[in-house]
Structure formats: structure tokens, C-alpha cells
Design a protein around this ligand. Structure first.
Ligand SMILES: [Zn+2]
Ligand SMILES: [Zn+2]
Length: 406
């Protein structure tokens, strides 16, 4: 079959690789109809997470079951399924508690496995024509309808970005009536905004430097905050003033001492830029904890922060030796003083995907508003190049392996 293969830094190509087959009685093989390119694929593409040449990328996968292992009970040939990017076994200590993101049996190297990703075990990805899915009964989420229907792209986003955005709101403990600030309006930040809206948040602020992304945030009911217009924390405090004066002051003491938000989400991670030199093209230099620092300042006492943007324990692109080892200074004193809780880490997709699927089917969520491009597999290397350069409008690219380029 054809697949997108990593060659070297900023070099991927479409090559013939062996067809996946049933290797274990619990496997299925899926013929892929859509596979996403993810911002986190760029970390490998850019050489910022170590990856071996020959790896097939792609952890956001859906399609039609093509072959079924003899022990698989609930999944049949012809079923339409979407796969969580994390591979779980379903029976280990962590999977049984809902933490499929830290499965203890699928990856011999550490807790947690996934498709086509460095450090997540020996599983080729799905930017290809076919994919082997281990522990199929546990990992496949069945979908109604037929390939290419009105929900195809919404369902694909159940593999990672929608549950990941939702998980960010869980980490930040977003609930009914809450005030929320999200730093980063990439796909995850935007779907965190959608999730906060679904949960009934009263105010949602989304910070970014790209006007088109801010418009998308506003299309789901958030208030866009453009860093080109100055310090985002000050902008949000200013925007909140009227509410603090007219409504929040009805709660004794909640005026001056609670001017910020209750829930903050870092949807940028270690690629954050400092805000000391605002401007659309170059929003400062890289400062891995910029979004987190802003949130520690902005979040009210007793509030919550969710860090969904990625930080790596090893980063060859780090400036200092500490950064290369994933060590960053943060204002822990202020965070402690405010009693802020901070949650972080990969989303356990399986915990949420069934509910989010049902919201899509019920017409209550349409996450595919973030998708910018739909391309055949042959055009994927070019899309990586453009996505990596953050070329105009490249927000979310979906590969359609059954589509053929002219
Ligand atoms: Zn992803
Ligand atoms: Zn497990």
C-alpha cells in the first residue's frame, strides 16, 4: 500500500510499504477513508521529537473495517469506525480506570501507546491506505452512516482534536456559568472553546495572533483577543470590567479580588512566544511558558488551569540545557498563593469520544468548522511543507486516502 513515510528532518514522502495484516487475534485492519495531519505531527517533522526514518505518520484515523481477527467480538467487516489516537488494551490498571492515554501493556517503552508517533510504541500510523488496530473491541468506536457523508470530517475529529479540546476543559474544570480564557486558537484551542460553550460557560476568551483563527473562535461564541493589540491579560481584564461591575459585584467581595477568569487553558505549550514584541508576523521570540505565565496572572484565586499544549521531556530545539530537558521556570509562588489547581497531559480519548459522537449525531456540535483542507494522500508531503510554514489558511488538513489526485 501507499503511505506517508518520515525520511529526515522536514522530509516526508509517499512510498510503498507492506500492507498491514492481522498479527493478533484481537486485531482488525481498517481501510482508511480520512486521516488527519495534526499540529503534533509537525513536532516530529521539524525534528523536535526524535523519530526514526521509515515511520508512517498519522494518529487521527477513521475508515471501514476490512479484516477481523478471530477473537474480535463486537466489530465486523464493513463497520464504519474511528480510532482514538491513544491505543489502549482495555484491561490494565490504567485503562480500567479510564486512563487509556497511559495504557500499561501496549507500549514496551513507557505508559501510553499510539499510532505513528515517536515514543508511543511500535504502531505505524494511518496517513496511508490501511491501518492495523490492536485490541479492536476496545479501540474501535462505531459510527453510523456511510463514508463521505455529512459527518465524515466531524467524526474524524473524534480521533484526537475534539476529545482533546474537551479534555482541556475537564483539566480546567469548566462548568456551567464559568469564565474561561483559552490561549491558542489552533484546532485544539478552538474545540476547547466549543467544548466550553457546550458546557455552559458564561464568558469565553480566546487569545491568538491570527485574525482568521480569532474569527473562528467568535463563530462558536467566544470573544477573540488579538495579541497584536497588546498584553492579552490586560485586554481580558478590561473586557471583564463591565461584568465585574454589573454582575459579579452582586457576589460579596467578588469585585476587585476576582477580576480575572476562573478557568484557564494553555492550548499552545512549549512553542509559545513571548509577548514583549507584539506584531502579527513575529509575536516575540519563543518562550515555552508564556501562555502558562499569562494564565497564572489571569486566573482568579481558587481557579484552575489546564495545560493541553504539548511540553516534551526532551526537546532538541530548546535554547538552554534546561529547555532541552523540558525544564522551565514558572511562577509557582503566585500559583500556590492563589490556590490554583493545574492539570495537564494527553487526553484519554476513549473516556469522551462516545458522548461527543452522540452530540455530533444530535446536531449539537459541528467540530469540522476548523477543517481547512481535504487532500489526496499524494499531496500530503506538500501539505506538510505548507502547514509547517503556517502558510495562509492551513489550519487543519485532512487526507482522503481513497481520493486520487489528477
Ligand atoms: Zn492529533
Ligand atoms: Zn491498558
Amino acid at each position: 500500500m501507499k503511505a506517508l513515510v518520515y525520511k529526515s528532518k522536514q522530509h516526508v514522502s509517499i512510498e510503498d510499504v507492506p500492507d498491514p495484516r492481522i498479527e493478533d487475534a484481537n486485531d482488525v485492519v481498517v481501510k482508511l477513508t480520512t486521516s488527519g495531519i495534526c499540529g503534533s505531527d509537525l513536532h516530529m517533522y521539524e525534528g523536535r521529537s526524535p523519530v526514526e526514518a521509515g515511520l508512517v505518520f498519522g494518529h487521527e484515523n477513521m475508515g471501514i473495517v476490512d479484516a477481523v481477527g478471530s477473537s474480535v467480538k463486537t466489530i465486523a467487516k464493513g463497520d464504519r469506525v474511528v480510532l482514538p489516537f491513544n491505543i489502549g488494551c482495555g484491561f490494565c490498571f490504567n485503562c480500567t480506570r479510564g486512563y487509556s492515554s497511559a495504557c500499561l501493556t501496549v507500549n514496551p517503552e513507557s505508559a501510553g501507546g499510539g499510532y505513528g508517533y515517536s515514543g508511543l510504541g511500535p504502531f505505524p500510523g494511518g496517513q496511508a491506505e490501511y491501518l492495523r488496530v490492536p485490541f479492536a473491541d476496545y479501540n474501535c468506536l462505531k459510527l453510523p452512516g456511510t463514508p463521505g457523508d455529512e459527518f465524515e470530517d466531524d467524526f474524524l475529529l473524534l480521533s484526537d482534536i475534539f476529545p482533546t479540546g474537551f479534555h482541556a476543559t475537564e483539566l480546567a474544570k469548566v462548568g456551567v456559568g464559568d469564565t474561561v480564557a483559552i490561549f491558542g486558537a489552533g484546532p485544539v484551542g478552538l474545540l476547547a472553546a466549543l467544548s466550553a460553550k457546550i458546557k455552559g460557560a458564561s464568558e469565553i476568551y480566546v487569545v491568538d495572533s491570527i485574525p482568521e483563527r480569532l474569527q473562528k473562535a467568535e463563530s462558536v461564541g467566544a470573544i477573540g483577543v488579538d495579541v497584536a493589540n497588546g498584553d492579552p491579560v490586560e485586554q481580558i481584564l478590561e473586557l471583564r470590567k463591565k461584568h465585574v461591575r454589573d454582575v459579579q459585584n452582586l457576589r460579596p467581595g467578588a469585585g476587585d479580588k476576582m477580576p480575572g477568569v476562573m478557568c484557564g487553558i494553555d492550548a499552545i505549550g512549549y512553542e509559545a512566544k513571548s509577548d514583549d514584541k507584539p506584531g502579527r508576523d513575529n509575536v516575540g521570540h519563543q518562550r515555552g511558558t508564556q501562555a502558562l505565565e499569562n494564565l497564572i496572572e489571569l486566573v482568579n484565586p481558587t481557579g484552575h488551569i489546564g495545560i493541553i499544549g504539548v511540553y516534551f521531556p526532551q526537546d532538541p530545539g530548546g535554547k538552554s540545557q534546561d529547555e532541552k530537558n523540558g525544564i522551565y521556570p514558572i511562577s509557582i509562588g503566585m500559583a500556590w498563593n492563589k490556590g490554583i489547581t493545574i492539570g495537564m497531559g494527553q487526553a484519554p480519548v476513549k473516556k469522551y469520544n462516545v458522548y461527543l459522537r452522540d452530540l455530533i449525531i444530535a446536531g449539537k456540535a459541528k467540530p469540522s468548522f476548523i477543517v481547512s483542507h481535504r487532500i489526496p494522500l499524494a499531496e500530503a508531503p506538500d501539505a506538510y511543507e505548507k502547514f509547517d510554514k503556517r502558510s495562509e489558511g492551513y489550519t487543519k488538513v485532512l487526507i482522503k486516502p481513497q481520493l486520487h489526485s489528477n
